[in-house]
Design a protein. Structure first.
Length: 234
């Protein structure tokens, strides 16, 4: 039988165990990210998004022209976007902290608002796994029925609006300040479908500063390794 001293020690150990369990409660950001990553296919499948290519059909809301957009994503550092319309074409490339734009007028370095906008696009198309590495820049809130995961680093703010029932990201809002004016870009996502184990939206509705600019429809996704030539502009 247990004596008084043994009983006291056992009860003290139980109290410590309960206190320890309370102290190790799951972090809300880790918990939210874990559920979102699981909903999109899990870590193993999302590894495929570290290098991929997509082709989107574009319907411009600024005149109705039809075009296409090709995206070449390489980690969270390099992104090449090719936008083609019947009467115009443009290449946008960002590699680390440098960005470039190429059009019929030639190539220019992207600076200021142009570069920030490219960084926001790179942020929203990068694998969700990169957010795990940037936890120190993340906060969590509730806005209009959404669970909002916010990323803030330097000039950029990115907000991921998560449906708390499905854990799908239904909207991304990215912004930066230009003087005393906030520049905001929004992408709304729908028609979520699985592609080789990865769940992704097949529709995007894009807007800038409150004006709807384009409706995008996903036509092709390839999980491929890109050569360095893709991210060089000749």
């Amino acid at each position: 039988m247990l004596n008084f001293r043994s009983t006291y020690i056992l009860m003290f150990a139980l109290v410590l165990s309960v206190a320890f369990i309370g102290c190790t409660k799951a972090d809300p950001i880790d918990e939210t990210l874990g559920k979102v990553i699981a909903a999109y296919g899990g870590k193993k499948n999302l590894e495929k998004l570290k290098s991929y290519r997509q082709i989107w059909a574009i319907k411009s809301m600024m005149g109705g022209a039809a075009g296409s957009e090709s995206r070449f994503v390489d980690g969270d550092k390099r992104l090449r976007v090719e936008v083609v319309y019947p009467k115009s074409a443009e290449i946008r490339l960002i590699d680390g902290e440098r960005g470039f734009r190429v059009s019929n007028a030639g190539m220019v370095d992207a600076k200021g608002p142009s570069l920030f906008a490219m960084k926001l696009q790179r942020l929203r198309v990068s694998s969700l796994l990169y957010l795990l590495e940037k936890k120190q820049f993340l906060t969590l809130s509730e806005v209009e029925g959404f669970t909002v995961l916010s990323f803030k680093e330097g000039e950029l703010t990115g907000n991921y609006y998560i449906n708390p029932k499905t854990f799908m990201i239904e909207k991304f809002s990215g912004s930066f300040m230009m003087g005393d004016r906030q520049m905001e870009f929004i992408a709304q996502y729908s028609e979520f479908k699985e592609v080789d184990g990865v769940v992704m939206p097949h529709k995007e509705l894009k807007s800038a500063m409150g004006i709807t600019t384009a409706e995008m429809t996903l036509r092709l996704t390839e999980f491929v390794e890109h050569g360095d030539d893709i991210f060089k502009l000749q």
